[in-house]
Structure formats: C-alpha cells, structure tokens
Write a protein that binds this ligand. Structure first.
Ligand code: BGP
Length: 474
C-alpha cells in the first residue's frame, strides 16, 4: 500500500524559460527580445549571459538525468528561430532546440516546450508595438506553425503562452509599452485578446501537425479567498476570480469570454476591440489540458465606494512587507494581504492548500487534465565553503505542495506532470540572481559572472528521492 497515489507514468520534472536561463542573447543569429531590453533597464543584471544554458545544455541535461527528471518544461525563444520576428528562419537557432530536445529524449526526459514566455521580438515592438498591434497574431501564428511542424515528431506536449494573467496584471513589466499607451489600461485587454487568438491558432496547429499531440496554455493561477465571510467580500472575491482567473480559463477551456468579467470591462470602457469571426477562431483552438503556474493564493475584499483604479505593486527587494500596493478595480474588488498566511521574503503567500483548492476547483469546472508548469520558492540561497547549499525552506515548500497535489489526485483530479520552478537557478524577474529558485545552484551574482559552475542544493537530493519513489518518500 503506497502512501500517495501519484499515477503510474506521472511526469516528474522542473522548469525554466529561455531568456532567464539561456544567455547568448545575441549569438548565432539571435536578436534581442523585449525581455532583453526590459532587463537592461531593470536594477538587476541583464539576460545576456543568464545561466549560460545555451552553451552548457549537455551538462545541464546530464544533471537533470541524475536528478531523475522525466519531463523538462522550457521555452523556445522566438528570436532564436526568427531573429526579426518574421522572415527567414535562423538555422542555428532551430538546431539548438533540436539538439536540446534530442539530448532530453536520449536521457528519457519528455520535452514540454512553451512557445512564448514574455519574449516578443524587439524588432516587432519597434515595427508595430508588439502585441498591441493585431499584426502580432499573424506573425506569432507563422512562428508557432513553423516551430510546431519542425519539432512535431519529437514533442507531444506543447504549451502556448506563459502566464497571460500575469502579462495582463503586470502589463508594463511583461511587455515593452511605448509611453503614449501608459495611461490607457484598455491596451492590456487588447494585448490579451490578441494573445487569446494567438493561443487558439497555436492549439489548432498542434492538433493539425502533431500525431497524438496535446496542447494547453500555461497560466499563472492564484485562487482568491474573501477577506471575511461578509457577503460583500464574498462577492468581491467572486468578481476577482472572474476577472483574474476565469477570464482566461473560460477562453482556453470553453472558448468564450467570462460573462461577468466582460460585462465589467464593457461598463468601464476597457473591453478589447474584436473582429467578426474572432470567437470562432478561439472556439476552434480548443485545449487538451490546462497547465498552471502556482506560487501563492490571493485575497479580496469589497472596495470602498471612493476607491480608484490601482495597479498591483511588486516587492523588488526581498524585504518582507515591502509590497504596499494592491490591485483595485473600482466597484468590483480590491486585493488585500491575507492575514492568515505567512509569506516568502518577496511577500508571496505560502499556501499549499491553495493549490489543492485550485486543482479541485478547476477540475470541477472543466473536467480537463491539469499540469503544473511552475511552482516553487524564491529565496536568498547561500553557497557554503564546502560548496553545499542548505535550503530546508524550499524542501518544506515543495513537500507541502506535493502533499496538496496528492490530496487533489485522491479527490479525482487528473494530473499529468509536476514541473517546479526552477530546475537550475535562473535570472529572476523580481530580483535578478539574488532571488533563487533552482534545485541546482549557479555560481554567479548580478555583478560577478564568476565561473557559472553548477552545485547541487540539499533540495536536489531530496527531490531525487521523491522522484525515485514516485512521491512515496514524502
Ligand atoms: C512566473 C514566471 C517565471 C518566473 C517565476 C518567478 O511568473 O513565469 O518566468 O519568473 O514567475 O517569478 P520571479 O522571477 O519574479 O520571482
């Protein structure tokens, strides 16, 4: 009798994304994406070297194999394949992902690529403002079709767009937005509509070109609790769930816009402009599964009558309590800190039950298989003199979330895979190399590249045992 019922063949993995791990941002024909520019302007290091995975992928895959990983979720950089976003494909870029995928398969690791992880080609931003312009749908579709066809006989599971929800919530950090649009919040819903079309078209291509292929989005997902049992707060939590979660999942899994969310946007002149036939495209591009990136849960209350529209804040220092601004949608909801939960140093709540809640809720609503493409804990890790890294907090975080997943499975959730963030230390969007997530330490800091050597953290050996026992060592 086993303690935990992770299914036979469950995919145990880990995740990264191209610009956060690869480096070689302008090598072998690759050109810059908007993320290169956004990171250059940030107070942290840029993405030019990152964890140097582009040059060390073989060594990295060998470490994945040693960890026992049976899946690896990574992203393909659009700018490696089409440096200018459109035009002639770049053979060196195509070859890199062939090599990586071949190396994974050779080592028994199922590749789970993501087509888009925040990295719109800068050339298209300069040409027409990137996702703001509807032309982006056509150009992304060409890129997606090319990539899906190219790797069709090697890749079964595809994810389309990473975290549309976060791209929308943090629209000026995840997109390069020209100044003239900064005071126009409708733009973010327009970007999102274009991404809905792009996602659906990519899904269609997977169904068309990949024998037995399965596809879904990788959504940043945080369940939302009401601050109190006051009915007004409960209503606000439902409103927040409609606009922050179901606004995406209803598109992916029902092919329609969530009605309450759309009504709110229309009433506030925020709804996207659509063309005839858009909803047919969205319906045709159905998903086979939903992948979620789960880090934390959120909390909402009824907003005060005089509350004004407010963008969410971010903690960029790793000093607890620094996050002071929470999103407000006037007349709909106000996000607040949950007084019941502890947080990481970056104010992200630690809530394993929230993962169980999310999985159960999504299963009840849509009944589709689910995947976890990110989950993990950012922390200040320390490389000791003997090259060990003691990260009991990360072990505790992942252990409690795995137990929550096991409970959800017991209650009927169909889960395909678990790919925590991150396989190796990567360039964090909210604190460079100060905020680390990996099972494997990369010896560099924001200011000093050092030798970029890889060292296994305590969590590496712990996760190795979890994988070996199909979760029963938990
Ligand atoms: C997700 C992103 C990842 C990664 C992770 C951690 O939102 O998909 O790319 O960045 O969050 O975030 P951060 O680096 O801000 O800690």
């Amino acid at each position: 009798m086993t303690k935990y019922n992770f299914p036979e063949g469950f995919l145990w993995g880990a995740a990264t994304s191209a610009y956060q791990v690869e480096g070689a941002a302008e090598e072998d024909g690759k050109k810059k994406s908007q993320q290169d520019l956004i990171n250059e302007r940030s107070p942290f290091t840029d993405a030019s070297v990152a964890s140097d995975h582009y040059h060390r992928y073989k060594e990295d895959v060998a470490i994945m194999k040693e960890l026992g990983m049976t899946s690896y979720r990574f992203s393909i950089a659009w700018t490696r394949i089409f440096p200018d976003g459109v035009g002639e494909p770049n053979l060196k870029g195509i070859e890199f992902y062939h090599n990586l995928i071949d190396e994974l398969i050779k080592n028994g690791i199922t590749p789970i690529p993501t087509l888009y992880h925040y990295d719109m080609p800068m050339a298209l931003v300069e040409k027409y403002d990137g996702w703001i312009n509807r032309q982006s749908v056509e150009d992304f579709s060409k890129y997606a079709e090319f990539v899906i066809k190219e790797y069709a006989d090697k890749v079964k599971y595809w994810t389309t767009i990473n975290e549309q929800s976060i791209i929308l919530q943090y629209w000026t950090a995840k997109n390069y937005i020209p100044e003239k649009y900064l005071n126009n919040p409708q733009i973010k819903y327009q970007i999102n509509h274009h991404m809905n079309l792009a996602h659906a078209i990519a899904c269609k291509y997977v169904h068309e070109y990949v024998l037995g292929g399965q596809v879904g989005a990788a959504l940043g997902y945080a369940p939302i609790y009401a601050l109190t049992s006051n009915p007004e707060d409960q209503m606000a939590a439902q409103n927040a769930n409609d606009l922050r979660n179901l606004f995406f999942t209803d598109i992916y899994l029902k092919g329609e816009y969530n009605k309450a969310a759309m009504t709110y946007l229309e009433k506030n002149q925020l709804a996207p402009t659509m063309e005839d036939g858009d909803m047919d495209i969205i319906k045709e591009g159905y998903s086979d599964f939903l992948a979620i990136n789960y880090y934390y849960s959120d909390c909402a209350k009824a907003p005060a009558k005089e509350a004004v529209r407010t963008e969410p804040g971010v903690n960029l220092t790793g000093k607890k309590g620094e996050k002071s601004t929470y999103e407000i949608q006037p007349g709909f909801y106000e996000m607040v800190r949950n007084p019941n939960l502890d947080t990481t140093d970056w104010d992200w709540t630690i809530d394993p039950t929230g993962l169980e809640f999310a999985l159960r809720d999504l299963n009840a609503r849509y009944g589709k298989p689910l995947m976890i493409t990110e989950n993990g804990m950012g922390a200040f890790d320390k490389l000791e003199e003997d090259n060990s890294i003691h990260d009991p907090y990360r072990i505790e975080y992942i252990k409690s979330h795995l137990k929550a997943m096991a409970r959800a499975i017991d209650y009927g959730v169909e889960l395909i895979s678990y790919n925590p963030w991150s396989f190796i230390d990567i360039l964090s969007t909210s604190n460079g190399y100060n905020k680390r997530y990996g099972f494997v330490y990369v010896d560099r800091t924001d200011d000093d590249l050092k030798d970029l050597k890889r060292y296994k953290k305590d969590s590496f050996y712990w996760y190795q045992e979890v994988i070996k026992t199909n979760g029963n060592s938990l």
